[in-house]
Design a binder for this molecule. Sequence first.
Ligand SMILES: [Zn+2]
Length: 203
Amino acid sequence: MNTIEKLTEIFKEFPGIGERQAKRFVYFLMSRNSSYAENLLLLIKDLKKEITQCEECFRFFIQDNHKKNICDICSNPHIDNGMLMIIEKDSDLESVKKSRLYHGKYFILGGLVPIVEKNTNSKIRIRELIEKIKKNKELKEVILAFSLSPQGDHTDMYIRSQLKDIIDSLNIKISSLGRGLSTGTELEYSDNDTLKNALKNRQ
Ligand SMILES: [Zn+2]
């Protein structure tokens, strides 16, 4: 593989990027001068250096205080500790946070459960989720907020089955946000009205 092909392969791994777009990125980079490439390299390196994963919700954040590994949402005393929204990925959290409609805590699952999959637990943070629910004595409701797609539905069902015992024993309500979204909607791209409806109509 030459450099163009290698770089194309890397861009193809980016979310939503296919072969043709990946190639366009490579040609774009070729057309820029070398300081552009150096700046890009530097920013990628800084990103990896500055970013920390929150110990509580598993989102990535830029740490301003080097002593703690807890993000600004999890350490915010005004956050409603009685609500926990389970989402697939960081970009979903950004959309919900930006909507200012939800004021509870979050948990990033780290992926969806593929419909044909034998070893599910290696892909998502189900063990960590159960631990988190056990530890939070104030928890009243768990909201499952996955995209309304076959894989999102499958993940919803899977999480419900995995949490059933603990939810029942601690008398916690469980609801799904997906019902208020239209089919195929990615949480990440939902507008405020859609999110508002989805939150209001969760079941
Ligand atoms: Zn956090």
